[in-house]
Design a protein around this ligand. Structure first.
Ligand SMILES: Cc1ncc(COP(=O)(O)O)c(C=O)c1O
Length: 379
């Protein structure tokens, strides 16, 4: 089988394929060659310095356009952040929450999801209900059983980092919409590898760093807030860039920007944003649905192979809950010692998560690489 795009030319974008089998995209991903070149060109422009405006003039417009199209939002619903946690904190601390309100999340959430609300628990006395995950993640059933009249927010990851559980974002969105509960999503484990539809799925706010599946240089991401929710939120910070009269530095008028720029406090990371535009344009040119299909095909292959070897597969096997993350273990292999030794023989890059080894292929990985991994595992 082949992906819908030209795999051979996509592989040329990733020199890492020459000496390793890179399967740690759920950790940190290599950036494509086009992005490396764009950032290097950007560095040169900063050094030559013939005026930033001329060269970077439409950079931010392009960056908002490509970020928005990735998630089916409007460009003015995008703000740039360094990482997921920054955006999640900005969202959490902007919400009109009061002591006694509660937030629903689950016990498989990465700190970027849970900590902002646990912090608000300390600061203002909300309650963060950390529900025990159901078959790998947060579900509508769990939410429905644990919500009450003081439930204000549901916070969840699009894919759970340590179980690979693909959250049913649409179903949870429909529940939140029907119950008038604010819906926040951490998108980092799916953006760039799975389609995202914030409008269709009633997502009110989202944040994501770029260093995983979006293949953006680390330290650059974006956040989204539905423009219909913007005015009910109260941004906790202000800076020269976040105010409507940006540039009029001494008028001290805190009236915020009319759109998401109210969350951008000062000068932005120009090189990071150049990386963002190039990587997101590159991935979207391949078609995110095609990447999703291809990575599921590769993890299917892996799963079938390790099933034959009698390994444990630690992800939810229901097709709709599967993601580009597969977690495997050899029964009785304490600390995954034998498994890691086998993977080392063909230089596989992976992470240890959820009690096993997490393997996470992206658009450029090939069937040949997966076959090599399986051969090494069967040795
Ligand atoms: C679900 C999830 N959220 C967030 C992050 C990273 O957070 P940040 O971008 O704040 O470093 C990870 C990384 O492992 C993750 O798996």
């Amino acid at each position: 089988m082949q992906p819908k795009y030209d795999l051979a030319s996509v592989r040329q974008q990733f020199p890492v394929v020459k000496d390793s089998i890179y399967l740690n995209h759920a950790g940190i991903a290599p950036i494509p060659e086009v992005t490396r070149q764009a950032v290097v060109d950007g560095v040169q422009v900063l050094a030559d310095f013939h005026g930033l405006e001329k060269v970077f003039g439409d950079l931010f417009t392009n960056a908002r356009r490509t970020s928005a199209s990735l998630i089916n939002a409007d460009p003015d619903e995008i703000a740039f952040v360094q990482n997921t946690a920054e955006g999640m904190n900005l969202i959490a601390h902007s919400l009109p929450l009061q002591a006694g309100d509660n937030v629903l999340t689950c016990n498989q959430e990465y700190p970027a999801v849970a900590y902002p609300f646990l912090n608000l628990e300390k600061r203002i006395g909300i309650k963060t209900r950390v529900l025990p995950a159901q078959n790998g993640g947060l579900t509508v059933d769990l939410i429905d059983q644990n919500a009450d009249e003081r439930t204000r927010v549901v916070a969840v990851s699009s894919v759970e980092f340590a179980t690979g559980f693909r959250t049913d974002l649409k179903a949870i969105g429909e529940w939140c919409h029907a119950h008038k509960v604010f819906y926040v999503v951490d998108g980092i484990q799916s953006l760039g590898v799975e389609p995202m539809d914030v409008k269709g799925w009633h997502i009110d706010a989202l944040s994501s760093g770029g260093h995983k599946w979006m293949m953006i240089p680390a330290g650059q991401g974006f956040m989204y807030i539905d423009k219909a929710r913007l005015e009910m939120m109260n941004p906790p910070f202000s800076g020269a860039s976040s105010v409507a009269n940006a540039g009029n530095y001494l008028d001290y008028d805190l009236t915020p920007q009319p759109d998401m720029r109210r969350y951008e406090l000062g000068v932005t990371n120009i090189l990071g944003v150049m990386g963002l535009v190039t990587s997101l344009d590159f991935l979207q040119s391949l078609d995110i649905a095609a990447i999703d299909a291809w990575t599921l095909h590769l993890t299917d292959m892996l799963m079938a192979g390790v099933d034959k070897l009698g390994y444990e597969v630690l992800v939810n096997r229901e097709p709709a809950r599967r993601s580009a993350i597969l977690i495997i273990r050899i029964p009785g292999d304490e600390h995954n010692t034998a498994l890691k030794a086998k993977l080392k023989t063909v230089n596989v890059k992976y992470a240890e998560r959820g009690g096993g080894i997490r393997l996470a292929p992206h658009c450029y990985n090939s069937e040949e690489e997966i076959a090599q991994v399986l051969e090494a595992l069967s040795a």
